[in-house]
Design a protein around this ligand. Structure first.
Ligand SMILES: Nc1nc2c(ncn2[C@@H]2O[C@H](COP(=O)(O)OP(=O)(O)O)[C@@H](O)[C@H]2O)c(=O)[nH]1
Ligand SMILES: [Mg+2]
Length: 206
């Protein structure tokens, strides 16, 4: 595994030293199989992202539920890791979750210390992200929904999607193109804004 450019949040290296007073935050990139998690971590990361991709073998095709994701050649067997400096003070460490159920046993430790999450949703296959949403709610990780737009995705009113996903009216839903750096960055900014609003609301209620 290529570890070049890998900075541990607690041990900034010469290549990735954080300016004094900066904060590093752990963010999860979750969502169903083929919703664009690896693509988003790759497009937005400032460093060469670490990833563990394995070419789908003929043997695994049956169990990987490729329906609707026919041009997908690789699947993440472990996790994607990336890093993005949103501004001088804020550095996000991105952890893509493995999308396949047989790797979900890894999830418990994975969410430790995560401040928030992006849940990627493919509107053509909403149900593929149900389990990720449930997991965020169960682990009490605040999240935003990012609708990754594919060429044949239909436009649905946001409220229809909110209802279908059964998520709270406070959870932001944004559209994105996971392949596009600026678009993926906007999703992360929406998440940070959401986290700030939530903490402001908690302070007000005290
Ligand atoms: N058209 C389009 N294709 C995308 C987009 N995001 C991802 N893809 C493609 O969809 C497939 C699945 O993406 P991937 O990131 O591997 O999904 P993951 O399983 O969630 O990590 C890949 O072939 C990507 O090239 C997008 O925003 N638009
Ligand atoms: Mg992946």
């Amino acid at each position: 595994m290529d570890l070049k450019g890998f900075d541990r949040p607690d041990q900034p290296s010469a290549t990735g030293a954080l300016p004094a007073g900066s904060r590093s935050v752990k963010v999860m990139i979750a969502g169903g199989f083929g919703t664009g998690k690896t693509t988003m971590v790759r497009s937005v990361s400032d460093i060469k992202p670490l990833t563990t991709e394995e070419t789908l073998t003929q043997a695994s095709i049956d169990v990987d539920h490729l329906i609707g994701v026919t041009d997908k050649q690789e699947t993440t067997v472990s996790l994607d890791f990336g890093r993005i400096g949103l501004n001088e003070q804020l550095v996000l460490y991105l952890f893509g979750t493995p999308g396949q159920e047989r790797f979900w046993f890894l999830w418990n430790g994975l969410f430790k210390g995560a401040l928030g999450a992006v849940v990627l949703v493919d509107t053509r296959r909403l149900a593929s992200s149900f389990r990720a949403i449930e997991e965020m709610e169960r682990q009490d990780v605040p999240f935003v929904i990012a609708l990754n737009v594919f060429p044949d995705s239909k436009e649905h009113p946001v409220e229809e999607i909110r209802e279908a996903l059964d998520i709270s009216p406070h959870t932001p839903i944004v559209a994105c193109d996971a392949r596009d750096k600026a678009s993926s960055r906007d999703v992360l900014i929406a998440l940070i804004r959401h986290l700030k609003e939530r903490s402001a609301a908690v302070l007000e209620s005290r």
